[in-house]
Design a protein around this ligand. Structure first.
Ligand code: S3P
Length: 424
């Protein structure tokens, strides 16, 4: 797909619902008693994979334009799936559902696309096995397909070597089926949507610094959930608004949970003009973001902020290439095990655009200011790579052609339409 240059962006936009929160709303709604009503749900392929998995386990889920209705059957209401649970491209579906499946009284098998079959699952197998779970990597390579024979679980305290909300959530969800209090400590606090939403449904999850604990056998009751706009999707418009000349855009109703707002902190550090308006807090804090053209300078991104912006690093790398001065991204080894190896893929494609960039083992170094031009971009079917380079394409001369551009369906089906909706 060829991307058109934009000279000025003006107006308002609403981004789709948060992906992490949409997944959890379907999962926890399925395990609650009664009907959970979800509005502003993300109708992207990943969240649809979660819906399809729970349907296969006997949960009735109704989808209309306006809302999703999940007719939950309680903590022990799932039934054995007759087919393999297809998780598609979704790491969140795979890792969170595994925690739930570990505590059921049936056998299930999970599998997904080529990307999912190469992503590390040992990180959830290790804590689940320590809880007494029976979980096997069918090809014995530490990846999906996974076969899980559900059984009663033991409570553990797990010290996670990675700051990963997927690992933390997997263990907490398994902990609902354990014989005592289960807790997880992570090196740095990762996104805490599981803790917030489980408590909203009636569970007892406590958080103390980087440790989260859950009391088993919670009685979850159905809820109404209004999913905030996804800050990870807003990131593309934040970058476009800051970098496109003569621009002012308002991004409505964006989730600004402090475990997710690293992109705002980094953009401000780079000199970005972003104002928060209409802040509110309904469990998950939200605000409208007013973004104006700014001249950006390089910065260093590393340490504790990384989990709060891990999915935004492809966009940050592109912004850094357009900024003046050097940007160092470090402590971000996790980039290698996302939907693609995002260190390699960002370096390869930014070089094609003429950027001065080098890969590091835990990130990248970008010397901004080199003249950039359109190029043929290989998205490696990674939605965040495709969207980051689409923004780059609106900013530079020469044709920007994105291969595999349709992979934005994973998290943002209307992305290209929305991107052009603000142009003059
Ligand atoms: C997610 C957690 C993050 C993030 C992913 C969504 C979640 O992954 O990259 O897109 O919903 O819990 P990790 O937990 O592997 O860091």
């Amino acid at each position: 797909m060829e991307i058109k240059k934009q000279t000025s962006l003006r107006g308002e936009i609403s981004v789709p619902g948060d992906k992490s929160i949409s997944h959890r709303a379907v999962m926890f709604g399925s395990l609650a008693n009664g009907t959970t009503r979800i509005t502003h749900f993300l109708n992207g392929a990943d969240c649809l994979s979660t819906i399809s998995c729970f349907r296969r386990m006997g949960i009735d889920i109704e989808q209309t334009e306006q809302e999703i209705l999940v007719h939950g059957k309680g903590l022990h209401g799932l039934c054995a799936p007759r087919e393999i649970l297809d998780v598609g491209n979704s790491g969140t579906t795979t890792r969170l559902i595994s925690g739930i499946l570990a505590g059921q009284n049936f056998v299930s098998e999970l599998n997904g696309d080529a990307s999912i079959q190469s992503r590390p699952m040992k990180r959830i197998m290790t804590p689940l096995l320590s809880m007494g779970a029976d979980i096997v990597s069918v090809k014995d390579n530490g990846c999906a397909p996974l076969r899980i024979s559900g059984r009663p679980l033991h409570a553990v305290h797990y010290n996670s070597p990675v700051a990963s909300a997927q690992v933390k959530s997997c263990v907490l969800l398994a902990g609902m089926y354990a014989d005592g209090i289960t807790s997880v400590t992570e090196p740095v606090l990762s996104r805490n949507h599981t803790e917030i939403m489980l408590n909203y449904f009636g569970a007892d999850v406590t958080s103390d610094g980087t440790t989260a604990s859950i009391i088993p056998e919670p009685v979850l009751e159905a809820k109404d959930i209004k999913v905030p706009g996804d800050i990870s999707s807003a990131a593309y418009f934040i970058a476009a608004g800051l970098l496109t000349p003569n621009s002012e855009i308002l991004i409505k109703n964006v989730g600004i949970n402090p475990t997710r707002d690293g992109i705002l902190r980094v953009c401000r550090d780079m000199g970005g003009d972003i104002t928060l308006l209409n802040a509110s807090d309904d469990g998950e804090p939200t605000a409208d973001l007013l973004v104006r053209t700014s001249s950006l300078r390089g910065t260093t991104v590393g340490g504790e902020i990384i989990p709060a912006l891990i999915d935004e690093i492809p966009m940050i790398a592109v912004m850094a290439a357009f900024a003046e001065g050097t940007t160092i991204i470090k402590d971000a080894r996790e980039l290698k095990v996302k939907e693609s190896n995002r260190i390699e893929v960002m370096v390869e494609n930014l070089k094609r655009m003429g950027a001065d960039i080098e890969a590091a083992d835990d990130g990248m170094i970008i010397r901004g200011g080199a003249p950039l031009h359109g190029a043929v971009i290989d998205s490696h079917l990674d939605h965040r790579v495709a969207m980051s380079f689409a923004v780059a394409g609106t900013l530079c001369e020469g044709t920007m052609d994105i291969e595999g551009a349709e992979c934005v369906n994973i998290s943002y089906p209307d992305f290209y339409k929305d991107l052009y909706s603000l142009g003059k």
